[in-house]
Ligand binder design. Structure first.
Ligand SMILES: Cc1ncc(COP(=O)(O)O)c(C=O)c1O
Length: 431
């Protein structure tokens, strides 16, 4: 008997994971950007178009593809952990960033895994450590795409309060004590930190707290080791202020901290190369999981990054990019003074690096997608920002709804000034 093709079939048999991966706010923002082409976007977290490394990449490609055998190697599959030569280079790179020798750090290439951006690494760590119902402690506010990863795994993100020095260690201890008293300590597996110029707040974790968080994670590792996932995506985008060693560097036995970094911000997000550094007993689990997903990220992209380092093109480019963002940051801070300085109850963070200015408005202004400011800003003033509430885990009651993330990455200095002027008009209309 043949099936009747006109019979309407029931819906596809979606998994729990499909349901947990609820609609992502990022999709809504992208759609808004497409529908409102004439808006000045202070929302997009994209990197500066003008300083993308076109000539450096062309040089590497021309030279590396000239030798047909080498070109074939680049065009072939790579390995799950990624190009060994680049992982060796990353040992030196880390050594330079941390100002310590590889031996002092006890770092070898076999503890490094190359991924499709650092985003894939974050996702792999979540998959390897978290079962549904497990807990990851996160800063309030934090990077919303990782909150999406946690949701997608059915894990619980629990907020820890922050101040100007990043995640508050007293608040972290208080959450751990509360969870223990409620019999939930066993579910706490991960502490997630964006340690440099955080997305969205622009703040870094202070030096004292870097060692303290490692000590707290160790002390609370009663039944199992509580891991720290240090996301240092913006580490190299420093414009001024103190130079911090990573949280990872404070974990001398290399047991508790997983560090991830990326070439997306400092070089090119299109090449899609990120990496993670793992305690030894996590390397195989992460590679096994990655083997299940893609048995290796773009070998071609890894060869490009490796070629960039080999020719000494990386560090001069980073210097150039930093100078460009430094002036864009200054431009946004000047515009904030100029257009928002006289509005009572408005304040903002002065970031020392990264791509964002985090602005707080009077409590009465709802910055959410459904609030009147977002509508006024996008439809009337033609400017877009990212609502602050997206960066908070937990229930509505735990979210601040009067903040905004403003990005100076993709706009020109004129665009930043104009965007800030328009936004201030929209805010004034709310007061
Ligand atoms: C804090 C943070 N972590 C990780 C990422 C992921 O970047 P990528 O996958 O391009 O390395 C981003 C991207 O914006 C980010 O802001």
């Amino acid at each position: 008997m043949t099936a009747d093709i006109n019979t309407e079939l029931p819906p596809p048999p979606f998994s729990h994971r499909r349901r947990w991966a609820s609609e992502q706010a990022i999709s809504f923002l992208m759609q808004q950007a497409v529908e409102n082409r004439d808006v000045v976007s202070l929302a997009a977290g994209l990197v500066d178009q003008a300083s993308l490394p076109v000539s450096e990449t062309r040089t590497v490609l021309e030279e590396e593809l000239r030798d047909a055998d080498h070109a074939r190697e680049m065009l072939q599959y790579g390995t799950t952990a990624g190009l060994e030569k680049l992982r060796e280079t990353l040992v030196e790179h880390l050594s330079r960033l941390e100002q310590r020798s590889a031996m002092e750090m006890d770092l070898t290439a076999d503890r490094i895994v190359l991924t499709t951006g650092s985003q894939q690494f974050l996702s792999l760590v979540g998959e390897v450590l978290l079962d549904p119902g497990d807990i990851c402690l996160v800063a309030a506010p934090t990077y919303f795409v990782f909150l999406g990863n946690l949701n997608g795994l059915g894990a619980r993100a629990i907020s820890v309060a922050t101040d100007a020095d990043g995640m508050r260690m007293d608040a972290l201890e208080a959450q751990l004590e509360r969870l223990e008293s409620e019999g939930e300590l066993e579910r706490v597996k991960l502490i997630y930190l964006v340690s440099y110029y955080s997305n969205p707040s622009g703040l870094s974790l202070s030096e004292d707290r870097r060692s303290e968080v490692v000590e707290i994670a160790r002390r609370w590792s009663k039944r199992h080791r509580i891991m720290i996932l240090e996301d240092a995506a913006y580490r190299e985008m420093r414009y001024d202020g103190p130079v911090f060693p990573s949280v990872w560097s404070h974990d001398v036995p290399n047991e508790s901290v997983i560090l991830t970094q990326t070439f997306s911000k400092s070089f090119s997000p299109g090449i899609r190369v990120g990496y993670g550094i793992l305690p030894r007993d996590l390397v195989d689990p992460i590679c096994d999981r990655k083997g299940n997903e893609d048995f290796g990220s773009s070998n071609f992209g890894q060869h490009i990054i490796s070629g960039i380092f080999d020719r000494g093109l990386y560090y001069p480019h980073v210097e150039q990019v930093r100078a460009s963002y430094r002036s864009k940051r200054d431009c946004m801070l000047d515009a904030a003074d100029k257009y928002f300085g006289d509005i009572p109850g408005v304040s903002w963070v002065h970031p020392h690096g990264g791509l964002y200015v985090w602005m707080t408005l009077p409590d009465s202004v709802d910055t959410g997608f459904d609030g009147s400011l977002f509508d006024r800003a996008t439809k009337h003033e033609k400017v877009m920002y990212v609502p602050g509430e997206l960066f908070y885990a937990g229930s509505t009651a735990e979210k601040f709804t009067h903040q905004m993330r403003l990005s100076y990455g993709v706009q020109t200095p004129e665009g930043i000034d104009e965007g800030m002027r328009r936004l201030s008009q929209a805010v004034r209309a709310m007061l």
